[in-house]
Design a protein around this ligand. Structure first.
Ligand SMILES: [Zn+2]
Length: 230
């Protein structure tokens, strides 16, 4: 242990002022930083609307695969199936796109950010050079989005033949810019022969839409209410 003087020298008046100013500056910086880092309005348990974001579109096809076609078509199909399910449960729905149009990521986030009391759900499909990889992943950035990610993942992974690759934090632009809780669902791998073919079928995309809708409802109402309503 080092020798510590029993009595610290009395700081000079200017030293006290400097230290006080540094302390105030530190607090202000910490407050500003934490509100920037988590500057998301936590509507995860109160939301009355859902922004549904079909990934890619227009000149941006997303991934393409011989098993499943173009990602932009699959994401739009899932979202168009998802919308009436979410709306019939009583939620306001907003789509970032409803046709084959390119929408910049910042615009997608802005569409969501100008709503009130919503959550943001982005739909994508995945690919990798390793064709053996399959399963659903859900990404989020703000901590208050984690439960939404988990609830959606649980429902998608419960589809017979589907599997979970977990929820993960990610700094994706469309999530990072969100002022409301936001998740990005990678529904499955186009690059896997089995999962790719499933993702390419209308039947499976209907199951995906049902599962994502159930995840959203469970998040808002709780699993008990959801089961009672069935
Ligand atoms: Zn994508």
């Amino acid at each position: 242990m080092k020798n510590i003087p029993a009595i610290l020298p009395e700081p000079s008046a200017s030293g006290k002022v400097r230290r006080t100013l540094a302390l105030i500056a530190g607090c202000v910086a910490a407050c500003i930083f934490s509100s920037c880092a988590t500057g998301v309005k936590d509507t995860s348990r109160t939301f009355s609307g859902v922004v549904l974001d079909a990934g890619h579109g227009g000149h941006d096809s997303g991934t393409t695969s011989r098993y499943a076609g173009r990602e932009k078509d699959a994401t739009l199909d899932v979202v168009m199936r998802l919308r009436p399910k979410v709306a019939s449960a009583g939620f306001r729905t907003v789509l970032t796109r409803s046709d084959d149009t390119f929408i910049p990521l910042d615009t997608r986030a802005a569409i969501s950010n100008r709503q009130s009391n919503v959550i943001f759900v982005s739909v994508h499909f995945n690919d990798t050079p390793r064709s053996g990889i399959r399963g659903t992943e859900v990404y989020y950035t703000s901590p208050c989005s984690a439960r939404i990610a988990q609830n959606i993942l649980n429902q998608v992974a419960a589809i017979p033949g589907a599997s979970s690759r977990g929820i993960h934090t990610a700094n994706y632009r469309v999530l990072r810019k969100a002022l409301y809780p936001a998740v990005l669902v990678e529904c499955g791998y186009f690059s896997n022969p089995i999962e790719g073919r499933r993702c390419g079928s209308c039947e499976y995309r209907e199951l995906l839409a049902q599962a994502i809708a159930r995840g959203i409802l469970i998040q808002r109402r709780g699993a008990g209410a959801m089961l009672a309503a069935e």
